[in-house]
Structures are given as C-alpha cells and as structure tokens.
Design a protein around this ligand. Sequence first.
Ligand code: PLP
Length: 385
Amino acid sequence: MIPYGKQNISQADIDAVVEVLQSDFLTQGPKVPLFEKSLMDYCQVEHALAVNSATSALHIACLALGLGKGDVLWTSPITFVASANCGLYCGAQVDFVDIDTATYNLCPVKLEAKLVNAKKDGTLPKVVIPVHLAGQCCDMQRIHALSVEYGFFIIEDASHAIGAKYLGQPVGGCQYSDITVFSFHPVKIITTAEGGVATTNSAELASKMDLYRSHGITRNPELMKQAAASGWYYEQICLGFNYRMTEMQAALGVSQMTRLDEFVAKRQVLAKRYHELLASLPLTVPYQSPDSYSALHLYPIQIDFTALGKTHEGVFSALRDKGIGVNLHYIPVHRQPYYAELGFTSGDFPLSEAYYDEAISIPIYFDMTFEQQDEVVEALRLVLQ
Ligand SMILES: *Cc1c(COP(=O)(O)O)cnc(C)c1O
C-alpha cells in the first residue's frame, strides 16, 4: 500500500534519540529548550513552547488567552476535531465559519458576515482558529484586520504548515495572530512521534502557556505569591497539566528540523508533478494561492462522482484495492455525532459539506518516488474512466 503520508527517519535522527537515552535527562533536560530555539530561529518568533501534542498546544493556547465558560470559539468545519475540541475543553461554546471554495480554508467573507450578525446578537467570538489546510495559509491579513475591528484573538492551527510561508514570511512568526500551533505527529511535515508547539511574540502569553503545560507550577520568584524561603520551594499558582515534551522527542525534533526545507521542497516537486499528470483526468487539483508557499501536508482532490456515474465510497475503495492508501481530510467537524448532540446539523455549513462530498486525499510524502506517483495517477485514471 502506498500510504497517504509517512515520516522520514534518518540515521542521524536515530543517533540523536539514542544519545539522549544514554544521557542523564529523559525529560526536563537541555533538548527541549534546544528544539524550541531552533523553532524560534526558523519561524522568526520570540517564544516557542514545546508540548506533547498539537492538541495540548491548542488547549494551553486557549487557556492563556483566557477562553472560558460563556466565551465563544470559531473555527473551520474542514479540520481535525482537535481545532474545535480545544474550545470545549475550556468550557467555551464552539461554532464554525464555512470555507472558501478555492482554498478550502476558513472564508474571510463568511467570517465578516458572521461577525456582523454576532455583533448584533452580542455573541462575538473571543477566539478564532483559522486552519492552514494541507499547509496552505489562510488569508491572514484579512482575518487579522477583522480581529482588530471586532476584538477577537487568533490562534493559527498550522498543524499542516511548518515550513510554509505566507507573503514570503515563515508561518509561525505570528505577524497576524496571537499564537501559532504546529503538530509533529508522524504524518505531518516533521515528526517527534507525538508532539506539538505553540509560538508567540507575547512574553505574557508564553509565560502563561509555560505554566499550563507543567501543572501550573513555577520556580520563578517574580510569579510567586510568597518569597522563596528555601531551595526546594515552588508554587502552584494555577491549574495546569502535564503536557511536557520528552527529551527523546525534542532531540528527534532538532534533528528533523535540519531537513525541514528539503522535506517541503520535495512535496512541492511532487505537487507540481501531480498538477501536470492529473490535468487530463476528470478531477480538480488543489488550488495553490500565490500568497502562500504551501508545506503540502496533503493533496486533496475533488471529484464530481455523480457526473461520472460513480460513488464516493466506490472510487475510494477501488483505489484502496489497487494499493493506493487514499484518505479523506476531513469529515466536517459539525457532522460528527458529538457535535450533532451540541445542536449542529446537516446543511449548517453547505460549502464544507459540498467539499466533503467530493474530497479524496491522495498520497504525498517526502520518500514518495516518481514511480509510486505514476502508480497513483494510473490507478486514478483506471478507476475514474
Ligand atoms: C494533526 C492535527 C491536529 C492535532 O495534532 P496532534 O499533534 O496529533 O495533537 C490538530 N489540528 C490539525 C489541523 C491537525 O491536522
């Protein structure tokens, strides 16, 4: 089976992890700060907080921004459930903004229309989470301008987009947001097995996220309620979690970071090749915005199954039968049973649902060969004819 995504692990990656296993620190040692430093340098950002997943990063980002009961969080329906769940973890209400039909990202026009209504109703969101689907950036300039006008915070869910650029600048620099979150799950661009990071230019948000990722405990005298009377003294000053990244994960991350640009460049080559090879087939290739240099985590194509006299399930399983590990990103979050119970229903976000009805993600990953890619294209040609 040609998978839809796969990590690349080099001998240097393995050596880096083994070196940590033979060292004094398996957790809370020097590798996590080193990984954070490499992310700060790469993203040109002031602070980076490494944690055990992007889901944890989204949670502490929401907490640091003060999201809680009575507040509202908006995100895109076309995302992994974690982008919405983080709002529910904080006791906030979650709602969605429909997508742009070209990029499949949260649509700034729909966002503005929804903000106008929410302002009238007194239900403006406290946090909006644009998701850079497949590694292509949302229209951050417009979303940022709306945040200034309507007073909401922005967390970029850039789980797909490490190594991507927006208007020539690295994603993660937070020029147009309060916090950016990356994921290092093995299917993503670089991996630490499990892992994530939150970046920000705000010292205050960084300090809060630092507390939330480690039990709400501090040894910083400036944050303590009482003066440190003794060497062992520490204080828990808020309710935090154990979301820490291990030293093995961070060492793997440091080593993977040295190949990040190479990883994305190869995905760009594969995508350009797909664009050409698929041009004559009855499907739509993903639009690439000139504002964005996409990390190309995914390559989601659209197929009008009805027009071809086929079904979504039929084409999907025929491709799997031919050894092509196709996938689907994503089932709209509001259509999940858990969200249906919260009151969402079919038809709430019609463009997201129309996208879902025609979506299939075909394989794209660093180690994919041109021969494997030709195999995917040939399988698609046979299945769609
Ligand atoms: C993978 C992913 C997450 C969650 O990442 P983890 O590191 O697995 O917690 C969140 N949002 C999006 C868009 C993702 O693709």
